[in-house]
Design a binder for this molecule. Structure first.
Ligand SMILES: [Zn+2]
Length: 424
């Protein structure tokens, strides 16, 4: 019978949440200046600091090192022997969600991270070792998924044979494997069988057909585990879809107002999308955003606009700033159907304004010239708020505050606002 003969993470602790939480404590501790540049992987015989560091999680140094290495293998922290310990992109999203108390989304990211590392690892038969480069051996998860019965399950006996083959000590590796597969949410155990849960159908389809690009280096594969949304990632499309599903399940529309619950998720997707848009495309069309769901797009768009302006109201003489006081305002309005270029989530169709300036801008009491100067409406006297009046009138003909990337709103969007919104 075919088998993988995988020495599945030999000499390791488990992939469970408790272990990850222990490592989280170590990551936090490792940020302290005392540990800067210190070798966490060093020998306990020559370095008493090993005991001090390991004591944070109440274990011996060797156990502490095993825990850290395990979480490196699973893609939660980056490979590296010196402190501070650094989260990967996935690990950092998990940590952000966990820290702010969104345990449901944190659990989903935990399972996804585990699934990604299971999808990428390979076993190298000749060395009976795992490899982080899937082109260097058999990929156990792919192998397993392609060897399930018609009902998408496998008996534990058959599973043990697949994993351990004819090797001595059969079932030892299978038990590690089983725990990882269940903790990833990909499998359930029932009546001595492992059953695929139907989780991540598109991602699983990609894993089943996965042929690793042999041109990618070990470092490339590490980058993919760090952030599976990057361009070279073989799973970027399905993983992005999973991110979006998680965001929607966490009802982002209700929670986005305080920007706390799902912001790490939204930002990971949107920043990756933005980095993939060639500079020229920013000035023409931005079709990638059209593929996202509308809720997702708008929430991500608003966060990005505010961030680009560093959470400062862009009206020159307005001094309002701070995440909870500013809003992202469309220049060409959101309720106008998308044209070419699509404007609703165009990153150059947004301006960060405080609540009062936002209302005045939307109502057309001020607009912008093509070269980004404030123009005030003759109807400006209608504004009751004296303070707002002073702020905007004194800003007349001054260029708006610039974004941190120095990009300015597109003139075609500004013209729309001037022609259709501005009160002449
Ligand atoms: Zn303002």
């Amino acid at each position: 019978m075919a088998s993988i003969n995988g020495d599945w993470f030999h000499s390791r602790s488990s992939s469970n949440l408790e272990e990850l939480l222990a490592v989280r404590e170590l990551v936090i501790e490792s940020q302290k200046p005392d540990y800067s540049g210190w070798r966490w992987s060093g020998s306990r015989y020559t370095d008493p600091m090993q005991y001090r560091f390991a004591e944070i999680v109440g274990v011996q140094p060797s156990t502490m090192q095993t825990k850290i290495r395990t979480m490196i293998r699973y893609g939660f922290i980056k490979e590296g022997n010196l402190c501070p310990l650094i989260w990967t992109r996935m690990g950092s999203i998990w940590n952000d969600l966990y820290t702010i108390g969104n345990y449901i989304a944190a659990q989903q990211i935990y399972e996804l991270t585990l699934s990604i590392s299971l999808a990428i690892f390979a076993f190298n038969d000749s060395h009976a070792q795992y490899s982080t480069n899937p082109a260097q051996g058999d990929i156990p998860l792919k192998f397993l998924l392609n060897n399930l019965d018609n009902d998408n399950s496998i008996s534990l006996t058959e599973f043990s044979a697949l994993v351990d083959g004819t090797k001595e000590g059969v079932a030892r590796d299978a038990s590690y494997w089983k725990r990882d597969l269940i903790n990833s949410g990909l499998f359930n155990e029932l009546n001595d069988r492992l059953i695929y849960t139907s989780k991540y159908p598109n991602f699983v389809r990609e894993i089943k057909n996965f042929t690793p690009n042999t041109l990618l280096s070990d470092a490339d594969w590490e980058s993919i585990r760090d952030n599976p949304l990057i361009e070279i990632s073989p799973f970027k499309v399905s993983i992005k879809e999973i991110f979006e599903n998680i965001t929607q399940q966490q009802s982002i529309e209700e929670q986005i107002t305080d920007e706390i619950y799902t912001a790490p998720l939204v930002e990971a997707v949107s920043e990756e999308e933005e980095s993939q848009i060639p500079e020229l495309d920013i000035l023409s069309t931005d079709l990638r955003f059209a593929n996202s769901t509308r809720r997702m797009r708008n929430a991500a768009w608003a966060i990005r606009i505010k961030k680009k302006y560093n959470y400062i109201c862009a009206v020159p003489n307005c001094d309002v700033n701070g995440q909870i006081f500013v809003e992202a305002s469309h220049i060409k309005p959101d309720n106008v159907p998308d044209g070419a270029p699509p404007h609703r989530t165009h990153i150059l169709n947004g301006i960060c304004l405080c609540r009062h300036c936002h209302i005045a801008f939307d109502k057309g009491y001020f607009s912008l010239t093509d070269d980004h100067r404030i123009i005030t409406s003759p109807k400006f006297s209608e504004i009751v708020d004296q303070n707002l009046k002073t702020v905007i009138l004194s800003s007349n003909s001054i260029v708006i505050k610039s974004r941190i990337d120095s990009k300015m709103p597109l003139a075609e969007f500004i013209r729309y606002h001037r022609n259709f919104k501005f009160k002449n």
